[in-house]
Design a protein around this ligand. Sequence first.
Ligand SMILES: [Zn+2]
Length: 160
Amino acid sequence: MKHVELNLPVGVRESLCGFARSRYPHEACGLLIGESTDSLVEVMRAVETRNLLAGEAGDRFEVDPGEHVAAQRVARDEGLDVVGVWHSHPDHPARPSARDLAGAWEGWSYLIVAVDADGVGELRSWRLEGGHFVEQELRDGDARGRGNGATAQAKAVTLA
Ligand SMILES: [Zn+2]
């Protein structure tokens, strides 16, 4: 199966870190807006949505369906689409939980932001393939992945 990379520009990563920090110790969630092809998901921006399950114990999030529809409409007006969902893992590593797996859809990217009292840790992204989560390689090119040797920097991104 072909590996699908995820391009996450620095500005988008910074907004995700800000959302995760501001909701801590609660779990933040939202949507990833961009474009995707067979080999690359291009995130253009991240939006935060209400977490309907915020404050419940464990790894619980549910994107508000009304906000999902609204975000999708705006994205389509721009020729973009919802390409995935992101959520934070307060005081837990950026690895999907059994609950994340149970709620996941094929074809979307699931980006997880680890956050604790000291700030944001790793960002990692996963896709469901054949019933399992497979980690996506992260790139940090500008919009549409142009230039700056993004692939070579992929490993460093997760350490930010
Ligand atoms: Zn989770």
